[in-house]
Design a protein around this ligand. Structure first.
Ligand code: HEC
Length: 270
């Protein structure tokens, strides 16, 4: 065991008053404390902090995701990140839903990575995808109603410049899941890229997913320039809730797409 003698702290030998260099030392210490605090606020929390302290997932899934009291195991979940996020937003059974205001997409990505999910995910994602949907659409007696969504991608505050691929090699993947947990397969969706007036059409596959590809142009918003970066999606949905997840993918190596951004929203039709 090591002990530090008090005399080594150099408190002796200051004759009377508070000398100028001591004062500047105190100011320096305060400044240091301030910088440390503001740095800590921007630092990325650990998966354990988010899972245990912030979101309380441990109450039902155990402190390490091992499944508490016969509950569901989350460790090494076979779900892809987009399905994991879809489930947390719109659970189909007993679990209470977590809205983005309670658990951000970045926080869910951090938790997913900490749980050692099956998909290799960099967390937090380098790109934030903000999705804003129109107010609950009404079917008015029809089978479905059109819902439109605004989509803005921007570099996350926590991202290092080296984590952000050039915009030209970024593309979107759209995933739609029903409130029963089923993929919205073969579902038609329209897309309007940022700064354009024309719409293009695509259809989801059997997993409720569609790749929009790098050529569909992801525009990253700069501060104060969100208008120019606003893309749009629209689709006809049946009554009920639908989970929408939009990821930004790095197409630099097309055979090995990397998820670099994620955003989610619940779309409502009455
Ligand atoms: C009040 C209890 C409760 C809380 C809190 C809770 N869950 Fe769940 N979760 C469940 C139950 C129960 C299931 C099993 C399916 C169901 O009944 O919805 C489940 C299922 C899941 C699934 C689907 C697993 C699969 O393999 O299909 C995921 C993912 C999940 N939870 C993630 C989370 C995360 C992340 C949090 C924290 C933000 C969380 N849960 C908080 C109770 C909870």
């Amino acid at each position: 065991m090591r002990t530090t003698p008090n005399s080594s702290r150099g408190t002796s030998g200051q004759p009377g008053g508070l000398p100028a260099h001591a004062l500047s030392g105190i100011v320096g210490l305060l400044l240091f404390a301030f910088l440390t605090v503001s740095y800590a606020q921007r630092a990325v929390p650990s998966g354990e902090e988010v899972y245990v302290d912030r979101l309380g997932c441990w109450n039902c899934h155990g402190t390490t995701g091992q499944g508490a009291g016969g509950g569901v195991v989350l460790t090494k979940t076979p779900l892809a990140l987009r399905k994991f996020v879809s489930y947390v937003r719109l659970p189909s059974k007993e679990m209470p839903p977590f809205a983005p205001i309670m658990a951000s997409d970045a926080e869910l990505a951090i938790v997913y990575r900490w749980l050692d999910g099956s998909e290799a995910v960099k967390a937090p994602p380098a790109i934030t995808v903000d999705l804003k949907s129109s107010a609950a659409a009404r079917t008015g007696g029809q089978a479905s109603a059109e819902v439109s969504v605004e989509l803005i991608a921007r570099v996350a505050e926590t991202a290092l410049p080296s984590d952000v691929p050039v915009a030209a090699s970024l593309g979107y993947r759209v995933t739609l899941t029903s409130d029963a947990g089923a993929p919205l397969a073969n579902h038609a969706v329209e897309y309007q890229r940022a700064g354009r007036n024309d719409w293009s059409k695509f259809t989801t596959d059997e997993h409720g997913e569609a790749l929009l590809g790098a050529d569909r142009g992801v525009v990253l918003a700069k501060a104060g320039q969100t208008d120019k970066a606003r893309a749009r999606l629209r689709t006809a949905l049946p009554a009920g809730k639908t989970a929408l997840v939009v990821e930004t993918l790095d197409y630099t190596a097309p055979a090995n797409l990397v998820v670099v951004g994620i955003g989610s929203a619940i779309l409502r039709v009455e």
